[in-house]
Write a protein that binds this ligand. Sequence first.
Ligand SMILES: Cc1ncc(COP(=O)(O)O)c(C=O)c1O
Length: 457
Amino acid sequence: MRDDEARWLRLEGREGETLRAAVERMLREAIVSGALRPGVRLPSSRGLAAHLGVSRGVATEAYGQLAAQGFLVGRTKSVPVVAHVASSAPPTIARRVEPPRPRFDLTPTTPDVALFPRRRWLSALSEVMRTAPSAAFDYGDPRGEPELREALADQLGRTRGVVAAPEQIVIVNGAAQGIDMLGRLLTRRGARRVAFEDPSLGTQPLRLEANGLKPIAYPVDREGLLVEGLEADAALVTPAHQFPTGSVLSGPRRRQLLKWARRRDALVIEDDYDAEFRYDRAPIRALQGLDRSRVAYLGTTSKTLAPALRLAWAVVPEHLADEAADIKHLLDVCSPPIEQRALAHLIRSGEYERHIRRARTTYRRRRDALMSALRRHLPDLPVEGIAAGLHLLVRLPQVDDDEAVAVRAEQRGVRVAPLSRYTHGTYSGSGLVIGYGRVHETAMPTAVRTLATALPA
Ligand SMILES: Cc1ncc(COP(=O)(O)O)c(C=O)c1O
């Protein structure tokens, strides 16, 4: 019997039971309990006999009985296979049924994953496999691989004006984990209340709460978060391209927010989730570059490469960096070192930037096609947040129920998100958040024409 076969099977005979009956019962119980699942190959009769210390004839007979009762089916490579029988195993957890993919997926949070640079990623991975020392396969540094942190420190300084020593960077599994890590850090340091933007991604306050904090929603206007009257120990913001309104935190508000943070000794968490995609305007420097002791910066590859990589980074104020690394270690020891090295390679070789440039051109074309289709089919509706990112906001000033519009659009094959889905009680406004990342420019006119039919006449 091979090592990977059911060597845990133990024969415990009962009084008056023949050996054959005991073997048969033992196997039947294992099948009915769900331990030996349908399709599993059992040991050969010779292997089973040797393992249980019975004669081969006993094993063969037991198998024969179980086959006759329908517990075993035909043999694959001369070993019996467990049949599909009702088992007493706990029912399998119902699979979540995803709604069918719509004809036009204008979901706002996702990039076009089909643009993932597979060939370049593969060659970066091969390079790592060829050159990495064996130590690279050990547990990694909780902060992340030094070569990635160094590459990022250069890259973030150059492209976003972030001021970071590699020691201040912690590689995390998505901005999502960055928020978890910083949330725990805040809780440990006695923080209680965290201000967050209304509207915003629904998971942001849930994450803060899950880490022991009290999230408090503050509304956003055309200049970003309203800083006036902010009562909190920290604030979570998306200054470069507010999600989902697309507004940019204005100069005066940026200054006001940093002043607030200094006065209250508060931490600002800057979620810079889509800053790489900027079309009509020079990029605005990251807030972190203006006050690196007050701002923790989060960046991610979820928009630039793919959400599936789960590779992101937190640039943490110097005095909090060690504690952040301790928490990352507690969370999951470290992010996968091999993939980190591959990303470092991609950045250092210039391929990451080249890929972003190519993707930016693609997304710009899609955005332009979306804009012209909106002008044509929905000319009266105000559109906001078009200068950056992968989504924009179409306001619906005459519509109370934007959810109903989104439902009708879905029925017609167009998936968009209603603005109200992202609100948290302090903001009112009706609109559609439209992502253009995934829909080809040639399909945009039909998508928008169809969407227009979902709006009240
Ligand atoms: C506001 C916001 N922050 C961050 C992210 C990225 O999160 P992650 O890096 O965990 O994939 C997204 C992705 O949609 C987002 O919409």
